[in-house]
Write a protein that binds this ligand. Sequence first.
Ligand code: GLN
Length: 225
Amino acid sequence: KVKVGVLAIQGAFIEHVHSLQKAENTLKLKKHDIEVQIMEIRTSDQLNDNLNGLIIPGGESTVMKRHFENGFLENLKDWTRLKNKFTWGTCAGLILLSNQMDGGNSELQIGGVDITCSRNAYGRQINSFESPLHLLDSQLQNIAGNNTCLGIFIRAPKIKSVDSQSVNVLCHLSAASHENNAVDEPVAVCQENIMVSTFHPELSGDTCWHEYFILQAAVRKSFQA
Ligand code: GLN
């Protein structure tokens, strides 16, 4: 059984829980022999050795940070660095997992992914948008059955730069499909056992990212911590 948790202190966590349930069913239909247990994570002690994967959802990173006291932040840092765990941050989750912030407030970061991110970089709520995205990763392409997925961007951060060779770009927002873009830009990346995306796959109805997350968490169960 693979145990996956969703950080449930604020933001779009219930949507992730529903997407994980849907992804579990899809994986079963695809004949994967995989049992998934989904948990809502609210306290530091739930973030323990039993858990194999963690989603840090979108919401408001500044509000989430207010709950990072009494060792919760330290535990998140330690847990996400373990090689036998897999973490995925969406939107506000990406902000929290970035190693560098463009223009301040880098306090109380979990970090772990060598990118520079810029909060609210596409503008305000009214500038939220949807766009087709280009999948670059072959496993994701296999799961999705093609090279595209839908990206929903809500007061989304931008990945301003990828700061290490060991960061893998999984997905692009292409210049052709979004008016504010001069060039293709990475919107989902993975570094070792931490994945981050600037958009919200839990709102698109497409389960390919959640299937990928479950499979990654399952594969790492047998790794050396
Ligand atoms: N703008 C939010 C923040 O700074 C992120 C928005 C989102 O998660 N949809 O945390």
